[in-house]
Write a protein that binds this ligand. Structure first.
Ligand code: NAI
Ligand code: AKG
Length: 449
């Protein structure tokens, strides 16, 4: 066994022992450890300062009960967390997720990834994530409002514009951010940019809603261009039908690609001719306002097929954009995509590939952009929202979009710079080393911290 391999195994054994029953967190750390270990071992100062051991231990985890009342007057209790992982590069920053699958392990993996993603944006932001096992599906507007207000009644003590600035994620969109923000103001009696993803008429930034999906397509285009290819005419399979999936689809269609799928947890829709803007508007209204299922799209449009209980990875495509959730694309899905000729996989979601699927793509030289690089556009525009709030100004759509494009270009360059060997770019390694190095240097500069 090589020295590197045995260091990784020894490090992971210790981490698993200290953090039992947290498989998602182990997976996210293992990916970073595999990428950075050779470089880490070559730098005695980082090793001596125990950077890897310290950066995998959250600064703190706040866990609390959220009690709320249903419309029928019944009392419910959920569990919520805020994982403040690292503020080495700036105030804690990262979304809130409301979904029944939320656990401490899921939020630790997301908070950990957020440290390096935020580092890649070049903006001064640390890494955090939070959320609750609350399921918004089937809840009335008033129930969601009462839940958000109860959650903020505890969370407000732990956040602040220079301390920790939450935002949205799965199950938390503009509606939820508005309820949370309104309640924060009531509790604190002051207006401050303590959350991002706010409505544009009350301190939100232009393009924040679109930024993750648009940024993912900008990154994908750079990755293709760098390898002598382009987006125009490419067939794209997208999973999910939420904020990230729909805006990725919108930008890809605008750039002349043929987007053939969208999905939710019930199944996927397939449109051979490619989705049009009119279809995307229908799904936006369906998901954001009517809160319906993707199958309703197929019921309303001839030529759209609904595949119940399946994910979209068996359709023939050039590019796959997984934009739903973690570990949604597994080894057998990767095999099917490779068999069908996929050339690039660009992650809109956080850690949507299992480790086995990622290994298969690497072994077949398929271009693979990890979420911490390709979906960083969302948090980057959140960073720009913070700047606008601090300056009490609003930038136009075009101003923010051009800054977003610039940031995605820089992130792509960082991946190329740190991930190229023998003429091939390993985007996973490049993103991990580029993101990690800045955090490690800051920790070193702070001394014992
Ligand atoms: N909203 C943002 O700005 C950012 C989001 N992300 C990531 O993108 C992904 C999607 O987030 P959003 O679009 O914001 O959330 P959303 O709540 O708007 O949409 C989530 C989508 O994923 C699907 N989904 C969720 N759980 C699923 C499951 N178990 N099986 C199949 N489908 C499932 C839902 O049906 C929905 O279509 C997540 O991984 C999130 O962490 C990453 C960066 C920023
Ligand atoms: O905008 C933000 O602060 C966080 C976005 C997020 O949660 C993510 O990048 O996964």
């Amino acid at each position: 066994m090589s020295a590197e391999r045995s260091e990784i195994e020894q490090f992971m054994r210790g981490l698993e022992h200290r953090n039992p029953h947290e498989p998602e967190f182990h997976q996210a750390v293992q990916e970073i450890a595999e990428s950075v270990m050779p470089w880490y071992l070559a730098h005695e100062d980082y090793r001596k300062a125990q950077i890897l051991e310290r950066v995998t231990e959250p600064d703190r985890i706040i866990s609390f009960r959220v009690s709320w009342e249903t419309d029928d007057g019944d009392i419910r209790a959920n569990r919520a967390w805020r994982v403040q992982f690292s503020h080495a590069l700036g105030p804690y920053k990262g979304g809130l997720r409301f979904h029944p699958t939320v656990t401490q392990s899921v939020l630790k993996f997301l908070g950990f990834e957020q440290i390096f993603k935020n580092s890649l944006t070049g903006l001064p932001m640390g890494g955090a994530k939070g959320g609750s096992n609350f399921n918004p599906k089937g809840k009335s507007e008033r129930e969601v409002m009462r839940f958000c207000q109860s959650l903020m009644t505890e969370l407000y003590r732990h956040i602040g514009e220079d301390v920790d600035i939450p935002a949205g994620d799965i199950g938390v969109g503009t509606r939820e951010i508005s309820f949370l923000f309104g309640h924060y103001m009531r509790l604190q009696n002051r207006w401050t940019g303590v959350l991002t993803g706010k409505g544009c008429s009350f301190g939100g930034s232009a393009v924040r809603m679109e930024a993750t999906g648009y940024g993912c397509v900008y990154f994908c285009e750079h990755m293709l261009n760098h390898h002598g290819e382009g987006l125009e005419g490419k067939c794209i399979a997208i999973s999910g039908s939420g904020n990230v999936a729909l805006h990725a689809a919108e930008k890809a269609v605008e750039k002349g690609a043929r987007v053939v799928t969208l999905s939710d947890s019930d199944g996927f829709v397939y449109v051979r001719e490619g989705l049009q803007q009119e279809h995307l508007e229908f799904v936006k209204d369906l998901k954001q306002n009517r809160r319906g299922r993707i199958s309703e799209f197929a019921e309303n449009y001839r030529g759209a097929e609904f595949h119940e209980g399946e994910d979209p990875w068996r359709v023939t495509c050039d590019i796959a954009l997984p934009c739903a959730t973690q570990n949604e694309l597994q080894e057998n899905d990767a095999e099917a995509l490779i068999r069908n000729g996929v050339m690039a996989v660009c992650e809109g979601a956080n850690m949507p590939l299992t480790a086995g699927a990622a290994r298969l793509f690497a072994a077949h030289n398929i271009l693979h952009a990890p979420g911490k690089a390709s979906n960083a556009g969302g948090v980057a525009v959140s960073g720009l929202e913070l700047s606008q709030n601090a300056m009490r100004i609003s930038w136009s759509h075009d101003e923010v979009d051009s800054l977003l494009q610039k940031i995605m270009t820089e992130i792509h360059l960082s991946c190329v710079q740190h991930g190229t060997s023998h003429g091939r770019v390993d985007y996973v390694r490049g993103a991990n080393i580029a993101g990690f190095k800045k955090v490690a240097d800051a920790m070193l500069a702070y001394g014992v911290f």
